[in-house]
Design a protein around this ligand. Structure first.
Ligand code: NAD
Length: 358
């Protein structure tokens, strides 16, 4: 019996979580689900989108399966997703992007793994609002120490990248490569422009790479990386990035394999792991039983492997792959056109997968 914290989340979260829970249970592995709500509705009810009980539950169980949580744009509460990763020190975001036969994509045979640093960079949450005392003192400090002028009406976000944070994420990328028989790690940066943050990321990546002579290493500037991934994705294998580039390149890579509906993820630290799809809460589809639950199911498969249930993980992945290959019981985003009347519902996909697991 595995006790897992289950966070249904906002928008489409509850429906894809229910579908995922059902297919995981169909593998025969027994779970005790510690259901913990967090997000927009909880914020309205309790005044805090991430109550202490949620963190305590993950700390107790060590493992969580999480649906997406809405982040209000501009105002309102800060991202619960980012906060969770920071508070639990889930520094490694692992996002495999693999094409399944039958998936609607411009590319075949993609097999990339994106490893994104999760706690630093522009996502560290150190920001100063326009006209605030903090923003004004930074503007004065920068003027005094560099002679450079930041416009008075600026909002400011700080981008910290440390040796400690970079070393552990790059080591995770190489360890992952070694363990999973991957041949190359590519570090992505913009060190030509940001010499002290991205420059540090690059220097540390090179130093760590020297300790793994069995794995090929290269680096790429992020803009070039985006173009390369669109033109020649087959040249890449494991890609390690600071937080912001990792976020963007994850979605780009999801686009290579047939969209966000197929892109799973894991946020891992030394003590805890939270499994969640790459996509967000897609609020316009809330309650329609329409969206693709496969990204969350694939995240569930990653969770099964993580807890040592590798046979169940393989069985479930094969069932999912077979549903995708048949192309019958898949949601609108995997059909030739999005208004295809034969598109399956979210729960219909779960039924189809369960029928193949049994
Ligand atoms: P989104 O990923 O929710 O949706 C973008 C579009 O992708 C959707 O309109 C839909 O067309 C498609 N899509 C997403 N998931 C799909 C699925 N399972 N099946 C089929 N199509 C799918 O991105 P957004 O609209 O930018 O963000 C919505 C909210 O989610 C925001 O509040 C954002 O902050 C939040 N978000 C949360 C997480 C997370 O919880 N980890 C991640 C990203 C975004």
């Amino acid at each position: 019996m595995h006790t897992v914290t289950l966070i249904p989340g906002d928008g489409i979260g509850p429906e894809i979580t229910e579908a995922t829970k059902r297919v995981l249970e169909a593998t025969g592995v027994s779970f005790e689900w510690d259901i913990q709500n967090a997000g927009e509705e909880v914020y309205k009810r309790e005044g805090n989108p991430l109550p202490k009980r949620v963190l305590e539950s993950i700390k107790k169980n060590k493992i969580a399966l999480k649906g997406p949580i809405t982040t209000p744009v501009g105002t309102g509460f800060r991202s619960v997703n980012v906060l969770l990763r920071q508070l639990l020190d889930l520094f490694c975001c692992l996002r495999p992007c693999k094409t399944y036969q039958g998936a609607k994509s411009r590319y075949k045979n993609i097999d990339l793994v994106i490893i994104r640093e999760n706690t630093e960079d522009l996502y560290a949450g150190i920001e100063y609002e326009k006209d605030s005392e903090g923003a004004q003192s930074i503007i004065e400090f920068v003027k005094k120490s560099t002679g450079k002028i930041i416009r008075q009406d600026s909002g400011i976000s700080i981008k910290p990248i440390s040796v400690y944070g970079t070393e552990r994420i790059v080591r995770s990328a190489f360890d992952y490569a070694r363990k999973n028989k991957r041949h190359k790690v590519t570090a992505v940066h913009k060190a030509n422009i940001m010499k002290y943050s991205d420059g540090l990321f690059l220097d540390v990546s090179r130093a760590v790479a020297k300790k793994y002579p069995d794995i090929e290493f290269e680096d790429k500037i992020v803009d070039n990386m985006c173009m390369q991934l669109v033109q020649k994705p087959e040249l890449y294998d494991v890609i390690v990035l600071p937080n912001l580039y990792g976020d963007i390149v994850s979605d780009l890579s999801a686009g290579l394999i047939g969209g966000l509906g197929l892109a799973p993820g894991a946020n891992r630290g030394d003590e805890y792991a939270v499994f969640e799809p790459t996509h967000g809460s897609a609020p316009k589809y809330k309650g329609l039983n329409k969206v693709n639950p496969m990204a969350m199911m694939l995240s569930g498969i990653m969770m099964l492997s993580h807890i040592g249930e590798t046979t169940a993980a393989e069985k479930l992945e094969n069932a999912l792959a077979s549903v995708i290959k048949e192309g019958k019981s898949v949601t609108y985003d995997m059909k030739p056109t999005s208004d295809d009347p034969t598109a399956a519902t979210t729960s219909g996909v779960a039924d189809a997968v369960i029928s193949k697991v049994a």
